[in-house]
Design a protein around this ligand. Structure first.
Ligand code: MEV
Length: 424
């Protein structure tokens, strides 16, 4: 028999039901699979179909709430969407251990996004650079003319940067327009401006404009969080010093820094996703920022204060918004934002930075003391028990046995489940 073809012509124009039928035929999905696809949960299929292309269903991810967070003197309950066990518990624990010491203090460098316009085929790039800089007022007018609503909300063009870079395609003149996008993440706003500006830049310089797109290295939109954990609140000086050694490892070694920063992003991406924001944009910005010295390193910085407290800071690009895209359209994102009670994109960004710092504290503490696995295992064992076929009360019973045995494996879970069912 011929292998089925993935050339599904007209697929994008079909109804969701018809798409499901074709995918079911291609992949051999049974009725139970098809029923699962049809039950879209809280995200209406009609709406899902408007958000992205070729929709056949929706994918539910657990939404949890991080407690104990005190940020800038106010208490928050923070929604987190993640499939990974221990992530939410870790934030709650880290936040509890600094709550009595005042919690987190946050700030933001601004809400400015940058779009790039690439100019090539200019024989005199340095000359062209200055000519573009001379047009600042016209550039401002073109950018602000694209978005009167943004202007009314106090946003709009803020700054102009032009650089000459060398590349394998020759010299390029790269124009950055810096735009305050206020409560919008701003991708659409700045991309529109960059596209509008392209022909003028080509005309002023005699070059050719190519790419016109935002940069995710949003370093004019840095969210900052800091916090001090008192030594007595975190288990003593030995724990604190162990955490410092763990941090120095990440600072010195990109292999470790990748995992260290992944831990930060466990918390960050969970809040970004829960609020309907673009988690890939935030991830790209974070990792690019972590490499800005030319060597990839830790996004957080840790120190011991004169009083002996463990002080952590996190500063990184945080391009999130409250208006536009899935943030406005997704009903659960709206509930998440209501839960948070944030009034601005800046406030949301600052909360996310606090969560990232808390997440990193928790990982460092776990790794420097008992290791990551102990806290992880209780929930993980439940997943394994379910994979082995446990249902209802059996899940807890089998998971407890796995943890007690120190063998959280599916084969062991199957044996334990069989024993439980046989009354042994
Ligand atoms: C696991 O998702 C995250 C950690 O690996 C982070 C870290 O190592 O710092 C525990």
């Amino acid at each position: 028999m011929n292998a089925p073809s993935s050339r599904l012509s007209g697929f994008h124009k079909q109804s969701v039901a018809d798409r499901v039928a074709r995918v079911a035929e291609f992949s051999g999905l049974d009725q139970a699979d098809r029923d699962l696809l049809a039950g879209s949960g809280h995200l209406d299929l009609e709406l899902a179909n408007r958000l992205v292309e070729n929709v056949v269903g929706t994918m539910n991810i657990p939404l949890g709430v991080a407690t104990n967070l005190r940020i800038d003197g106010r208490d928050y309950l923070v929604p987190m969407a993640t499939e990974e066990s221990s992530v939410i518990a870790a934030v709650c624990n880290a936040a509890r251990q600094c709550y009595d010491n005042g919690g987190f203090t946050t700030s933001m460098s601004g809400t400015q996004m940058i779009a790039q316009i690439q100019l090539v085929e200019v024989p005199d790039p340095e000359h062209a650079r200055i000519r573009i800089l001379e047009r600042r007022d016209e550039i401002r007018a073109i950018c602000d003319g694209c978005d009167p609503v943004l202007l009314k909300l106090g946003g709009g063009f803020r700054d102009l940067e032009v650089r000459v870079i060398q590349s394998r395609s020759g010299p390029m003149v790269i124009t950055h327009i810096v735009v305050d996008t206020r409560d919008a993440m701003g991708a659409n706003a700045v991309n529109t401006m960059a596209e509008k500006l392209g022909p003028s830049i080509a005309e002023w310089t005699g070059g050719r404009t190519y790419l016109r797109i935002l940069t995710n290295l949003a370093d004019r939109r840095l969210a900052r969080a800091r916090c001090e954990w008192r030594t007595e609140d975190i288990g003593g000086a030995e724990v604190r010093d162990g955490m410092m050694i763990a941090y120095h490892f990440a600072e010195a070694d990109p292999y470790r820094a990748a995992t260290h920063n992944k831990g930060i992003m466990n918390g960050v991406s969970a809040v970004v996703l829960a609020t309907g924001n673009d988690s890939r944009a935030v991830e790209a910005g974070a990792h690019a920022y972590a490499s800005r010295s030319g060597r990839y390193t830790s996004l957080t910085r840790w120190e011991v204060t004169r009083e002996g407290n463990l002080a952590g800071v996190l500063e990184f690009p945080m391009a999130v918004g409250l208006v536009g895209g899935a943030t406005k359209a997704h009903p659960m994102a709206q509930v998440a934002l209501k839960m948070l009670g944030v009034k601005s994109a800046e406030e949301l960004a600052r909360i996310i930075a606090a969560v990232g710092l808390a997440q990193n504290f928790a990982a460092l503490r776990a790794l420097a003391t008992e290791g990551a696995q102990r806290g992880h295992m209780a929930l993980h064992a439940q997943n394994i028990a379910m994979m082995a076929g446990a249902r209802g009360d059996e899940i807890d019973a089998v998971a407890k046995r796995l943890v007690a045995l120190g063998k959280v494996r599916v084969d062991v879970a199957e044996t334990e489940l069989a024993a439980l069912r046989a009354g042994r």
